[in-house]
Design a protein around this ligand. Structure first.
Ligand code: ATP
Length: 324
């Protein structure tokens, strides 16, 4: 049990420390280095992604268990071609988020491999791996710092124009504002008492789930990653903002290799490929229309339930104005 909780404990101890100080960039990078549980190998490969070529991700017979007993992923094979978007859907607990955690290498696989442009992620430096991936998680955490810092953080680890990981540098204010505008957050920030200098987080202004998510999206826009991972990224938004952000995310994912986890199926109907994950296995894959054709299929059933709004585990294809 202890082993199972340890990465989470480390993350929460990191956040406690971050929350208790106004952390500057260098301290933050140091803290992140310190709390790494997964170690780089001795001569790790620096992942470089040619912006013109992009990234291909291959999940090859992926197996994983958090506790060494229960298999959460039981041999998942999936290729996300360069610049394409693949959606992961399926019942709760099927292993969708776990796949994204393994891609980001919060954990190492128990069997099989994940490769980016042919490189096993275990061979890559974590710095270069994480610089290549933009992650918009379900629950975004804010640093106890200004709105400006919370957005600029996205620029601390990213690939430069040549596709190499670069160290964090100070970002120009207009870059930050541009990103906030794209994430439909700028006007809201301008209404805050100190605008971009307003302190947020536990000790500052409390933001709503949707506002936090828009900040996470602004971060990702700044990061400009070749690989995009959206974990039900717009779940905390009201219908109006969700539509706005969905449009922006769709634009953002153009030409990037994207892995999108969605409960609300209406948001991924036009993904290049939809994979249905159930109990750690891919049970169906295809386009939205192909999956609807499968008689008694898992996807078809989820879709039906969602249309009828019967399944309380799914944020329903909500009537307008409904807030989740
Ligand atoms: P949801 O749609 O509810 O987000 P999911 O398909 O993303 O679910 P995962 O979060 O990947 O599913 O979880 C897959 C399984 O792994 C579940 O049975 C879950 O209880 C278990 N699990 C997830 N995280 C951990 C963890 N940190 N430690 C132990 N078990 C975990």
């Amino acid at each position: 049990y202890g082993q199972l909780l340890s990465p989470l404990n480390q993350i929460s101890s990191l956040y406690r420390r971050v929350m208790s100080n106004a952390v500057d960039t260098e301290q933050l990078i140091e803290l992140l280095n310190e709390t790494r549980e997964i170690q780089d190998k001795t001569d790790p490969v620096e992942l470089e992604i040619d912006p013109l070529e992009g990234a291909e991700i291959e999940f090859d017979d992926l197996r994983f268990s958090y506790d060494g007993k229960v298999d959460v992923l039981k041999g998942v094979s999936l290729r996300v071609p360069r610049g394409k978007s693949v959606a992961l859907v399926g019942p709760s607990g099927g292993g969708k988020s776990t796949i994204t955690r393994l891609l980001y290498r919060f954990y190492d696989v128990s069997g099989g491999a994940i490769r980016i442009n042919g490189h096993d992620v275990r061979d890559l430096s974590q710095r270069s791996l994480r610089a290549a991936i933009g992650l918009v998680p379900q629950d975004s955490v804010l640093f106890n710092s200004s709105v400006r810092f919370n957005i600029a953080y996205g620029g601390l680890s990213r690939l430069n124009a040549e596709g190499k990981a670069e160290e964090g540098k100070d970002l120009a204010m207009d870059e930050i504002v541009e990103a906030a505008k794209s994430a439909a957050m700028h006007d809201r920030v301008m209404s805050f008492p100190d605008q971009y200098e307003t302190l947020v987080g536990e000790r500052g202004m409390r933001l709503s789930g949707g506002e936090k998510q828009r900040i996470a999206i602004a971060r990702t826009i700044l990061k400009n990653p070749p690989i995009l991972v959206l974990d039900e990224a717009t779940s905390a938004l009201d219908t109006h903002n969700e539509r706005l952000i969905q449009t922006r995310l769709r634009e953002l994912s153009q030409g990037r290799t994207s892995l999108i986890i969605a409960h609300r199926l209406s948001t991924i109907v036009d993904a290049d490929l939809i994979c249905v994950l159930k109990d750690g296995q891919i049970v169906e894959q295809g386009s939205h229309n192909e999956l609807l054709q499968i008689e008694g299929g898992v996807y078809a059933e989820l879709w039906q339930k969602q249309i009828e709004g019967q399944d309380s585990t799914l944020p329903s294809a909500a009537p307008s104005g409904t807030q989740t």
